[in-house]
Ligand binder design. Sequence first.
Ligand code: GDP
Length: 556
Amino acid sequence: MVTATQSLTDDMIELFAVEIGAEVRLVNPGTEQEEELQRILAFDDADAESEPRGPVITVMGHVDHGKTLLLDRFRGANVVEGEAGGITQHIGAYQIEKDGKGITFIDTPGHAAFSAMRARGAESTDIVILVVAADDGIMPQTKEAIDHAKASGKPIVVAMNKIDRDNADPNRVLAQLAEHELVPESYGGETIVVPVSALQETGLDDLLDQVLVVAELEELTAVRTGRAAGSVIDAHLDKGRGPVATVLVQRGTLNVGDALVAGAAWGRVRALINDKGEQIKAAGPGTPVEVLGLSEVARAGDTFVVAFDEKTANRVAETRGHWQRQASMANTVAAAHGGAKLEDIFSQIQAGETATLNLILKADVHGSLEAVTDSLKRLERDDVKLAFVSRGVGGVTENDIHLAATSNATILGFNVRPDRKARQFADAEGVEIRNYEIIYKLLEDIENAMLGLLEPEYEEVVTGDAEVREIFRVPRIGAIAGCYVTNGVITRNSGVRFLREGVIIWRGTVQSLRRFKDDAREVSAGYECGIGLSDFQDLRPGDIIETFDHREIPRV
Ligand code: GDP
């Protein structure tokens, strides 16, 4: 049953049409409208002058092969000693300088994010650095990364990492690369392979040099003046600052005060913040910046453009928003029509029906939300469809649980956590929330569920929650969080997560625990305590510190 105001999905319309013997031709008014909007925002390139620009790099490779460390090394090398205590911002991308040339790195490693961006039409990457660990060789995700990079037609430079390892086998890696049509130069091919150790910081300069050589051949150029355009790298909602989008400027100059549209989000740019945390007035091509002042959270992978005036920006965004809401309403209706939870999906498949798995997906930032969605969609088979009842950025809320209960959906959390109230509510409603911090593991679980092999979840049982009330800075020791234990027991040396608005911002262990001036082994609910965490400094009052243990959840 649907009511007169609900939208139907394309599938439902076609089924209905067959039933009543009608013929339908599906057109997408959103697409037609979009073409019109594109014309309004188009650039007149006749008198725009292009100048050379530096490359934008994405790092891809198998998990644990060293992507993150490599990205950290490049960023670290660029932090000027003493500058703001050497603190860098993670805004989703950063820019370094090498021999007077700018190189921009997209800071979310992995091919999933890369492809999600490409699917949206944001072609931001110029060169792919493929990281292959010399001791491990080409692995499944390396192959996927190669496929994605090739599909994009972008040049690939191979970083053969971990060559410091005793069991490193460079020759084997070279042979494997050749098998995958990345024939190394030493084999007479064209693929540049640079041996590096991100750990010992060897070969990194050489890698950058090679990247610049490839960039030179690509003859990359950009228009530097006039209205700015580019792509959204990442976006999230910040409690104090509102919607924040990290954008990469790809043409023109983005200024404070500009009227910007990114998908269905728009606004007058209130502030621009660079990757060093500094407020800047303008950003040119190749510069990643955080943009404040948008009306809503933009979507990673959307392109952005500065409009001629605020009115145009507003009109374009509103029109897009309208069509996006239409499309998402149709999805919800589809999900409500049958569909199963994760634990029931296999029996539905076995019953020979086309099974639909209903999902609610919550993630920490827009980039990961898109990446997870995109990867999940690729798991669809002829007999198993996925329906996203809802997708969003932020922690798992009671609202999500309501929706899951009424639409028979399973909640997947990526880098987010339900708070205590939400957890209790989910238990009461019989809603399953599965939490992940590794995309690979999430996909594996869903795939296994489709095969009837859903593994027991190793739940991290929350043993205690504490609310941060005040931060004390102690010389040589670092930050101490003055906390109030709200639930359970906080124990020294237990695993710990920091949550801000339900999003995991850090994980590690409790380094020191104190009641007044004395060391304590544990502190229970209702008491105050001081928690020391040596290598995490960015705590704020209101953050939640959550401790946990591991326990297998039995399946019934
Ligand atoms: P990612 O999953 O690809 O991002 O990998 P990480 O950067 O997190 O690295 C995985 C592990 O490998 C970490 O423990 C790193 O310290 C380690 N690692 C990274 N690069 C090197 C390297 O060059 N040599 C050695 N020995 N270990 C490395």
